[in-house]
Design a protein around this ligand. Sequence first.
Ligand SMILES: [Zn+2]
Length: 241
Amino acid sequence: MCNAKKQSNKMTFEGRRGFLKKAGVAAVGTALGSQSLAASSPKPENTISADEALDRLMEGNMRYVTGTSKLHDFNAERAALVGGQNPYACILSCADSRIAPEYAFDSSRGDLFVVRVAGNFVSMNGLASLEYAVTYLGTRLLMVLGHQGCGAISGAISMIREGNVLPGSLPELMESLAPSVGLAINQPGDLLENAIRENVRLNVAALRAASPILSKMVVKDELRVVGGVYSLESGRVDLLG
Ligand SMILES: [Zn+2]
């Protein structure tokens, strides 16, 4: 039954994609992309390499941790960003309300392209969003950001270990996180912490391998994908090797 549901979702997605192509939306997308690249790099300081972007993220996180975040002039930023955006990094984050990537990396608007879903995993539409940022906005760094005490992963553990059945669409979300729990379940130490790290690693690997756009750029060294885990206690982001 579950497989049938997945098949049905796939067909719906493919059917919709076919319809959009027929309707000429693909051409509109191309035009939108050209406009974005040509007309809008409102923040010249954001046109940087992946390594520079990672340094900037971690410096911002250090300011956040030490309580020395910058003051941001939202009024001036609003006006500058009307014509477009060129964020220097993409963050795939959990939807958890305690995680706020813009705060955690002490960034302004227009700096981070953030995709959020409970459990910070790669979904079809999430991948498309990241592909958009990389292709049309010039972003060169993607970070998968897990976090301490993730309720979504805790739910997946509970589903696997205790057979808990959740309502609505939640079982589908749990299934997306189950592979990380499977990798962590026999590891020594805390299962939740291990599964959170495995989930980040799995999704970093998924983004690096995502064809046809991201994988080619990674191979050519035009894109870097990294993983990190956010501490609820300290606000610190630790990069995963
Ligand atoms: Zn979470």
